[in-house]
Design a protein around this ligand. Structure first.
Ligand code: FMN
Length: 199
């Protein structure tokens, strides 16, 4: 029951060695994303999360955009290692872009006492989608790692794929076939320091 769900989530890791040769079909990928969108809750049921999936040449184009966007900020050895990292992402299968649309929150303008929470709630809703999709793909044998080149790449990304200018880019999930050994579970801090129960 609950243990099954929790151990299923436990299959997810940050996997950085990824190839494009995944068995995951576009149809299956779409199915997982659609189901996640219909499952994850959102504040006031706003359903503000927006997802754009870039596969093949679109995925390559994204990482070319990232490479160009970070270039002015790196030089020397740092440029070499950054470019190698970006090339690694580019060699994966696809990237899932997570955006948040502020529009569904507009009708909530009268809830003045919550207004300063809206942005945080959108981030939380996005995070829940990211976690579910990342974990679901892990169960399908697909590896993923989460990147944050926003806001550096936002304008170019919106231009390249005609994305609504009001949407806010929050994360990029790079996915592909895991190459080599599965990454180990990282060290966990004692849970006793991280929760308390009063009963
Ligand atoms: C909110 C959040 C932001 C993260 N940002 C990045 C990131 O920008 N780049 C990256 O390589 N990994 C990122 N990660 C991955 C974490 O470093 C990773 O999940 C954590 O070290 C635990 O390892 P695991 O994913 O293998 O369990 C992020 C994870 C979360 C939950």
């Amino acid at each position: 029951m609950a243990d099954t769900l929790i151990s299923s989530f436990g299959a997810r890791r940050s996997v950085y060695q990824l190839s494009a040769e995944t068995d995951l079909s576009i149809t299956r990928l779409e199915e997982i994303i659609r189901k996640a969108l219909l499952t994850v809750p959102s504040a006031f049921n706003t359903q503000s999360t927006r997802i754009v999936v870039l596969v093949g040449d679109h995925h390559h184009k994204l990482w070319d955009i990232v490479k160009a966007a970070v270039a002015p900020f790196v030089s020397g050895d740092q440029a070499t290692s950054t470019n190698a990292k970006i090339q690694g992402f580019r060699g994966a299968y696809a990237t899932i872009l997570f955006f948040e649309d502020p529009a569904p929150y507009e009708p909530l303008g009268s809830f003045k006492m919550y207004a300063d929470k809206f942005e945080g709630w959108r981030e939380q809703a996005s995070g829940m989608h990211q976690f579910l999709i990342w974990s679901a793909l892990a169960l399908e044998g697909v590896g993923g790692n989460l990147q944050h080149y926003n806001p550096l790449i936002d304008d170019e990304v919106k231009k390249a794929w005609s994305i609504n200018s009001n949407w806010k880019l929050l994360a990029q999930l790079v996915i592909g076939k895991p190459v080599g050994d599965a990454p180990a579970v990282k060290e966990k801090k004692p849970v006793e320091d991280r929760y308390v129960i009063h009963s």
